[in-house]
Design a protein around this ligand. Sequence first.
Ligand SMILES: [Mg+2]
Length: 129
Amino acid sequence: MAIREAVIAIDFDGTVVTHAYPEVGDDIGAVPVLKELVAQGDKLILWTMRSGRLLEDAVAWFRKHDIPLWAINENPTQGGWTTSPKVHANLIIDDSALGCPTCFLDGERRPAANWQRIREMLVRMGYLD
Ligand SMILES: [Mg+2]
């Protein structure tokens, strides 16, 4: 039985899509894994440096793929116990994080998140069955 109702902060560029900032990158396999997490009750926080129109583009990506976001660049429940801007999350998925599995795709200069391996890690860590 997987951990349920986890708060998961997720980066955008290089994590759910290839690196193409300020454009929106290509699909790299995040969609089915994110849908699995949301379907079991996990809450996704979009955790990104994007702002303004570029942030709207990222939010639109989630909407297009029917992946609901619980919050954007904040955890709406932490204001009662901290004024820190760091988002409280049970898990943070970010291609820049040490330990995040990444891979180089054809023609890419920077590695992007490897969602096959991320899913395997989520199972090992108890976040997915
Ligand atoms: Mg990134």
